[in-house]
Design a binder for this molecule. Structure first.
Ligand code: KG4
Ligand code: ZN
Length: 334
């Protein structure tokens, strides 16, 4: 079955064609993304109104690109999967309306997908992973632990109580004057820094060992930057110390959840999964526990439509379709 995936929940418009014969097993024929970082950089974060306006301009070309790069025509597509939420409602609406229009015009079945389900299943695009597995979703909007028991059966085991980890990277980069988005810049700088130079407290959520909290780490960096020592510390050392604190705070609950669930695989996913130090440390911590740690390639860690196509595919393969009356939902629960 050839499936067209459409994703526009935040600032990236994406489309992808995957080929699949059974749930969770797919070949990515194309994965196109229209990235808006250059548009939002000047504001230090995503401006929702600008994001949706730009989606209106790029969504059709990005779908055309995905279909062309897959070496097929629209007439070859057999089903459509589209993100319905959670995300920015104006952004979501652009992709969803486009998918509905296509489904209406072609008669193709359309299913809607929860964006988080896309991230949870993204590791399956490149790896054979037996369920159940534990997924750590770390992005600019989410930091959560889910047990992936089966297709459509996900249990949230932990969540952030305040900021997402990616948000902490972006806010600290802004404080340090490093630009937006901040994750990649901090990752690069940190490689040349001393991780022990600046003492940053590791927050734990009392009574909830699988939950996360990242607002304190950002405040620590802000306070340090205003101090005399802060003025004398190189950005490499501060970046490395901050990043190490975030990585520590992600690893402890993750290993705890894996132990509790008795799974043998941890899947790392979402934009922050691109972080080299997090990948290395989690692999090491997992190996110490006899656990396999898998992470998608960079292009499937950040927002993309191949993961949306995959997340919709198991329902399309069963012959399911959604009513074209469905609406976008900014806070759609999984
Ligand atoms: O999944 P994603 O593309 O979009 C959301 O759904 O949020 O994730 C974007 C987030 C941003 O906060 C960005 O700073 C962070 O992922 N990020 C990184 C790295 N690359 C991207 N954070 C840490 N290290 C990286 N190498
Ligand atoms: Zn995402």
């Amino acid at each position: 079955m050839l499936i067209l995936g459409i994703e526009s929940s935040c600032d990236d418009a994406a489309a992808s064609v995957i080929e699949t014969t059974r749930p969770g097993k797919a070949t990515v024929r194309s994965s196109a993304v229209a990235n808006q970082d250059d548009i939002h950089r000047a504001y230090g974060g995503v401006v929702p109104e600008l994001a949706s306006r730009n989606h209106v301009i790029t969504i059709v070309p990005v779908i055309e690109r995905a279909v062309a790069e897959a070496g097929c025509r629209l007439a070859d597509i057999e089903g459509i999967a589209v993100t319905r939420g959670p995300g920015l409602v104006g952004s979501l609406l652009v992709g969803l309306m486009c998918a509905k229009g296509l489904a209406q015009a072609t008669g193709l079945p359309m299913v809607s997908v929860n964006h988080i389900e896309g991230h949870l299943l993204a590791p399956l695009l490149e790896h054979e992973i037996a369920m159940p597995y534990l997924a750590l979703v770390v992005s600019g909007g989410h930091t959560a632990l889910f047990a992936v028991d089966d297709f459509g059966r996900y249990r949230r085991r932990g969540n952030t109580r305040d900021d997402a980890a990616g948000e902490a990277f972006d806010k600290v980069a802004k404080l340090m004057g490093l630009g937006y988005p901040g994750g990649k810049v901090i990752d690069d700088l940190a490689r040349r820094g001393n991780r022990r130079r600046v003492k940053i407290p590791r927050a734990r959520v009392r009574g909830a060992p699988m939950d996360f909290s990242f607002s304190g780490v950002k405040t620590s960096v802000a306070t340090y930057l205003r101090s005399d020592a802060g003025a004398a510390t190189g950005p490499e050392d501060l970046a490395a110390s901050f990043q190490e604190a975030v990585v520590d705070m992600l690893i402890r609950p993750t290993i705890g959840a894996a132990r509790e669930l008795g799974v043998d695989t941890i899947a790392l996913t979402g934009g922050v999964a691109a972080n080299l130090r997090l990948r290395a440390r989690l692999s090491e911590a997992g190996a110490n526990e006899g656990l396999r740690v898998v992470a998608p390639s960079l292009r499937y860690c950040t927002d993309n439509a191949a993961m949306i196509a995959l997340a919709g595919s198991w329902r399309l393969l069963r012959g399911e379709r959604d009513d074209l009356g469905i609406d976008a939902e900014a806070s759609l629960a999984l």
